[in-house]
Design a protein around this ligand. Structure first.
Ligand SMILES: *Cc1c(COP(=O)(O)O)cnc(C)c1O
Length: 393
């Protein structure tokens, strides 16, 4: 290796995207339209498009730009690194990051104008110290645990966090911009915890206001709440999954019933097709055995690309508008489909794993159902080996 090559670091797969055997096509106009739909749903509340986890696998920056084009006025991420990447890419929209650990680079975040969620005394302290060091004021959203039982100040801790934050606000170290929370059962809108959490949230907001906070935003609603519970919108809603056109409440409606369209289509080209006799086992462990003389096709995607291994014998695909099922084990890089005796499919033919669901294609929700998970996991787990190809925008 030459010194020059060494200086380039690890070879980037990205530059070889054209050589990939599969792709995730992301329609940015669809993301934009989905956000327009969510804006309408949110009424007078503003929309914070959640773009954590590489925008649910759709690609952070292109998705963020599409969401802003659709009228999102905020962006939200879980981790500071994601927020910093957006800022380094030139995104200037209000930006919130909410999941931190001690020692996080709060100074970097404050300098980059990133709003910080604060759930606990330690983070309030570290954020205030960072602000003091910089001679600046940190913008914070206090997080209250209204019953999710995860992050946020719970019970009496809320008042303690509030008082401490107000003292630091008086010193000019923080500005309490928002109060936020998160639902445990947003996907079951009539679950009693939903109403209870809204009550606790309203009380927590009132306590903040009584303590003298001049809040810009109060926010608790994720996608499911935006789509099913207009009383949860407050000033700002935080949809993630719905931005990408998937339904967080599949039991209540598919994306189309909410006016949403899935933005990602996952496809691959058949690597091989061949005739196989009846009684032949396919793939590792012969978990599928042909019942007749047939044509099989090899799909060049596997669990290393995020195809769940438990899609073995159940994952749906389509070829030329016909539905098939993963036949035999999903391997690291490939799986096989039994195309049936009459198939004329050839190597190079397009296999759609999931897409909008139009034209009979399977959807991410179909994959979620087949593999006993949620569509969130199906799209976020698509591997880095699969190039994201953008259309629209
Ligand atoms: C992920 C997340 C969201 C978005 O959730 P969806 O169900 O994808 O809409 C909103 N708020 C917080 C705190 C989250 O962690």
């Amino acid at each position: 290796m030459t010194d020059e090559m060494a200086g380039m670091g690890a070879p980037s797969v990205k530059s070889n995207d054209g050589l990939a055997t599969a792709k995730a096509t992301v329609d940015l106009d669809v993301i934009c339209r989905n956000v327009e739909v969510l804006r309408e749903r949110a009424g007078s509340a503003a929309v914070m498009a959640i773009v954590k986890a590489d925008a649910y696998g759709h690609g952070l920056l292109p998705s963020a730009l599409a969401a802003l084009r659709g009228g999102a006025s905020w962006l939200g991420v879980a981790q500071l690194g994601e927020a910093m990447t957006l800022r380094e890419s030139g995104i200037q929209a209000p930006l919130l990051s909410w999941l931190h650990v001690p020692g996080a680079d709060f100074a970097g975040a404050i300098c980059a104008d990133i709003d910080l969620s604060v759930s606990a005394p330690w983070s309030l302290g570290e954020v205030a110290e960072a602000a003091r060091g910089l001679g600046r004021t940190a913008r914070i959203h206090l997080k209250v645990d209204t019953g999710l039982g995860r992050n946020g100040a719970f019970g009496d801790d809320w008042q303690v966090l509030l008082s401490a934050a107000r003292s630091l606000e008086a010193e000019g170290l923080v500005r309490i911009v928002g109060v936020m929370s998160h639902f445990a059962y947003a996907d079951e809108p009539s679950h009693p915890t939903v109403r209870r959490q809204l009550e606790v949230f309203s009380e927590a907001v009132s306590a903040a206001e009584r303590a003298g906070c001049d809040l810009e935003v109060r926010h608790i609603a994720n996608s499911a709440a935006v789509l099913t519970n207009s009383g949860a919108a407050f000033d700002l809603v935080r949809p993630g999954l719905a931005v990408y056109g998937l339904s967080p409440v599949p039991q209540l409606g598919d994306p189309q019933s909410f006016g949403l369209t899935p933005a990602m289509t996952l496809s691959a080209d058949l690597a091989v097709t061949k005739r196989m006799p009846a009684g032949q086992g396919l793939s590792y462990g012969h978990q599928y055995v042909t019942s007749q003389d047939t044509t099989v096709g090899v799909v060049p995607m596997g669990y290393a690309d995020g195809i769940p291994r438990n899609a073995t014998n159940v994952g749906p695909v389509s070829v030329s508008g016909e539905r098939y099922t993963v036949s035999g084990r999903v391997c690291m890089d490939q799986f096989v489909i039994d195309l049936g005796p009459a198939s004329s499919a050839r190597a190079g033919e397009r296999v759609t794993l999931f897409g909008t669901g139009e034209a009979g294609d399977p959807t991410a929700q179909d994959w979620a159902q087949a593999t006993e998970t949620i569509s969130y996991e199906i799209v976020t787990r698509i591997g880095s080996r699969v190039p994201r190809v953008y259309i629209g925008g």
